[in-house]
Design a protein around this ligand. Structure first.
Ligand SMILES: Cc1cc2nc3c(=O)[nH]c(=O)nc-3n(C[C@H](O)[C@H](O)[C@H](O)COP(=O)(O)O)c2cc1C
Length: 201
């Protein structure tokens, strides 16, 4: 069984989402020692944003030579995702949504004919067999009914985009990280506890 672990916080070891995503992977590894784990740090090796040349190449147009390495990197990211049984993602909230590095990765895995298609009944997700677990961390609080709820485009976006490709992701949430040290400590401890209590792979 293969697990793909992704991180997207720029804060290195200080990052909450990185600590929680690592705890999720540890829990699943302990439960299934034979798990094959691949790690991708989207801030250390970011994928380029899509360009017109990418889209033309995807339609079969000849790609300029300088795009070759990036097309290969995008194809490798897609293959890695397709071959994973479990995907664990660390996803901090930046300006109310996901980091642009994570969006660049999503742009490489949301591919028509690979992870979704359009049929007579509209869009159809093709990646349904995977388990996706996402560790999200947010500076404030965005619960239903809270004043900031309408600004929440991290969890809602991830739920939508993975839903579109056929996956219902699981979330472990650490909220209020910037509200104060006690809030941060409690949110991190609760999220680490949730990670340690996850159902096995
Ligand atoms: C560039 C940047 C933008 C941020 N934008 C928001 C935001 O819009 N809303 C929010 O609640 N917190 C925001 N924060 C706070 C982070 O979501 C919070 O610190 C979270 O813990 C970051 O995840 P990390 O600890 O894994 O890096 C932002 C932090 C940074 C660095």
């Amino acid at each position: 069984m293969k697990l793909l672990h992704l991180d997207s916080s720029v804060l290195g070891p200080h990052s909450v989402s990185r600590q929680v995503s690592a705890a999720i992977v540890n829990r699943l590894r302990q439960a299934t020692p034979s798990l094959e784990v691949a790690y991708r740090d989207l801030t250390q090796a970011p994928l380029a944003h899509l360009s017109g040349s990418h889209l033309a190449a995807a339609q079969g147009a000849p790609a300029p030579a300088e795009l070759g390495p990036d097309l290969a990197a995008g194809a490798a990211a897609l293959d890695e995702f397709l071959s994973a049984d479990i995907v664990v993602i660390g996803a901090p909230m930046y300006n109310f949504t996901i980091p642009s590095q994570l969006k660049a990765w999503i742009d490489r895995i949301a591919v028509r004919g690979k992870t979704f298609s359009y049929g007579p009944n509209g869009p159809q997700g093709l990646a349904g067999g995977k388990r996706v677990i996402i560790a999200i961390s947010r500076g404030g609080y965005y619960g239903a009914g809270s004043p900031a709820a309408a600004l929440e485009h991290l969890e809602t976006y991830l739920r939508s985009v993975f839903g579109f490709i056929g996956i219902n992701p699981e979330f472990i949430v650490a909220d209020g990280i910037q509200v104060g040290p006690e809030h941060r400590e409690k949110a991190l401890a609760d999220a680490l506890h949730a990670a340690a209590s996850l159902r096995a792979a």
